[in-house]
Design a protein around this ligand. Structure first.
Ligand code: GRG
Length: 289
């Protein structure tokens, strides 16, 4: 898979920078190196590449995105949130290290993400002048305007009989879509892309985010737990508002196809240069994990 090895090598390096408690490092590494798809860092690097930028300049931002994503999964699995025993095909972090340590491992990854971007940015801004603007896009997608707000709204609407399609859209644009969009937008910005390129990639990210969430919801109903690597059927068990529960499986599949088309259309003007993104959107429709 493109860039996978270099992303993993950089993550190893960033996670081992400086002196920290051994068990804390182990708990953070346990989840980071549990075999995730590295979707967000790969999107960031692909956007930087498409916009003519350097992979090396984008790498700290790409890795920060994966650290933030991993922290969100660790926290989401905690008993006070989704209470999940399995993640990425193995026991979730709190099942191995205990709740308090899992909470801190997540906190550690979140702050290490920002420390990594800030530290590496000092040497990179000379050739990537918009480095900090890209880092700000990551903060925007991860925090109170993005993923954290989405998770908040998700929890707030559990067992809410009035939650409707608008609520579902609000939740997923933020919980899942915002960090995905930030991944691609930050990659374009660090590569000094012009406004129209950033806008086109943002539009791809927004449609891809919805597509990804619809297919995630579908997998929760019809997926194979071993392949997906987590407990399935939890959405229905927790009466969660999902695309299949609101629209049914068939209509959800149609909606996913529509979002894939819209995502591909957003990057159409870039032709062959955007081939990786077009293929990504197509592959999401048939993903099994
Ligand atoms: C705790 C602030 C906070 C947020 C949690 C990510 C998240 C928000 C909740 C996880 C619940 C969930 C199933 C979200 C749907 C989409 C999603 C983020 C799936 C997991 O991402 P993948 O498939 O995972 O990219 P890997 O393991 O491949 O990296």
């Amino acid at each position: 898979m493109k860039h996978l090895e270099s992303i993993n090598a950089a993550l190893e390096r960033y996670l081992s920078t400086g002196d920290m408690p051994k068990l804390m490092h182990e708990a953070m590494s346990y989840s980071v190196f549990a075999g995730g798809k590295r979707l967000r860092p790969r999107m960031c690097l692909a956007a930087a590449e498409m916009a003519g930028g350097s992979i090396e300049d984008a790498m700290p931002i790409a890795c920060a995105l994966e650290m933030i994503h991993t922290y969100s999964l660790i926290h989401d699995d905690l008993p006070c949130m989704d209470d999940d025993d399995y993640r990425r095909g193995r026991l979730s972090n709190h099942k191995v290290y205990g709740e308090a340590n899992a909470l801190l491992a997540g906190d550690g990854l979140l702050s290490l993400a920002f420390e990594t971007m800030l530290r590496e940015g000092i040497s990179k801004v000379a050739h990537a002048p918009r480095y900090y603007e890209a880092a700000q896009a990551v903060a925007h997608g991860a925090g109170v305007f993005g993923m954290v707000a989405g998770q908040w709204a998700d929890l707030a609407n559990e067992n809410n009989p009035d939650a409707d399609a608008e609520t579902l859209t609000y939740i997923h644009r933020r919980k899942t879509g915002a960090l995905i969009t930030a991944s691609i937008v930050s990659g374009a910005i660090v590569a000094n892309a012009d406004e129209s390129t950033v806008a086109a990639l943002r539009s791809f990210g927004e449609h891809y985010g919805v597509l990804f969430q619809i297919t995630d919801d579908i997998l929760d109903v019809v997926g194979d737990a071993e392949t997906v690597g987590k407990t399935l059927g939890k959405d229905a068990e927790q009466s969660k508002l999902t695309y299949p529960s609101l629209y049914g499986l068939e209509e959800s599949r149609r909606m996913a196809e529509r979002e894939a088309e819209l995502a591909a259309a957003a990057v159409l003007p870039f032709g062959e240069k955007a081939a990786w993104f077009t293929a990504l959107a197509k592959a999401a429709l048939t993903r099994t994990y």
